[in-house]
Design a protein around this ligand. Structure first.
Ligand SMILES: O=P(O)(O)OC[C@H]1O[C@H](OP(=O)(O)OP(=O)(O)O)[C@H](O)[C@@H]1O
Ligand SMILES: O=c1cc[nH]c(=O)[nH]1
Ligand SMILES: [Mg+2]
Length: 214
């Protein structure tokens, strides 16, 4: 965590950083961009879940009985913010295939830069940890809106972790002001937002690069 940004963890594993640099390259193909995001999400998921509580379960190995470590509760939900979060969710679900998946559909209005909601479908919140995923934390309004949606659905901030590939300082501040108890995990804290609220240096429009749209 950095002292300027409480509750923000920058995941600087060399594999994550190398793959992110490949994604930032404007010549990267749609196929390459998508594959890299899936891989990074899996690596970030490994870091984000490292403190999940363990308990033991009695099993029989071929040789003898043992009390084997297993994740306590094992109730996880991965919630991508559509569209761009979908590919990150794929990577995370490779890591935790038993997790439930919810969806929050938002797009950023080009004029106002504010999120517009078009879909919400979520699993039962009771006793579940929610990992909210979106590659870009720019102004932070989409992330704040998505956590507000989870709160309305009965999910407390203490049950949520937010995972963003690239973040802008402006967005991290806005997010922490609204939801100080939700930890944010990111692969990079970039410089600033430009006049169109795009992250600089960033990687451009994540959704368009992932899905080959304009
Ligand atoms: O922090 P903010 O300023 O709110 O911006 C970030 C949002 O913008 C992008 O989505 P976009 O609106 O482009 O939708 P898309 O995923 O469908 O392309 C991105 O995936 C975030 O959801
Ligand atoms: O830089 C940005 C900002 C918002 N959404 C994106 O896809 N990229
Ligand atoms: Mg987009």
């Amino acid at each position: 965590m950095t002292s300027d940004f409480p509750n923000l963890s920058v995941l600087n594993h060399p594999l994550i950083q190398h793959k992110l640099s490949m994604m930032r390259d404007r010549t990267r193909s749609t196929m390459g961009f998508r594959q890299l995001l899936r891989e990074i999400a899996l690596l970030m998921g490994y870091e984000i879940t490292r403190d999940l509580p363990l308990t033991t379960e009695r099993i029989e190995t071929p040789l003898c009985p043992m009390d084997a470590p297993v994740i306590e509760g094992r109730k996880l939900a991965v919630v991508p913010i559509l569209r761009a979060g979908l590919v990150m969710a794929e990577g995370l679900l490779e890591l935790v295939p038993a997790a439930r998946e919810g969806h929050i559909g938002l797009y950023r209005d080009h004029e106002t830069k504010r999120p517009v909601e078009y879909l919400v479908k979520l699993p039962d919140p009771a006793g579940r940890l929610f990992i909210l995923v979106d590659p870009m934390l720019a102004t932070g309004h989409s992330a704040v809106h998505a956590v507000d949606v989870l709160n309305r659905h009965g999910v407390d901030d203490s049950q949520i972790r937010f995972m963003a590939l690239v973040s802008a300082p402006e967005g991290v501040r806005t997010f922490h002001a609204a939801h100080p108890d939700v930890p944010v995990f990111t692969a990079a804290l970039d410089s600033h937002l430009n006049e169109n609220a795009y992250i600089v240096p960033g990687l451009g429009d994540a959704g368009d690069r992932l899905f080959g749209t304009k």
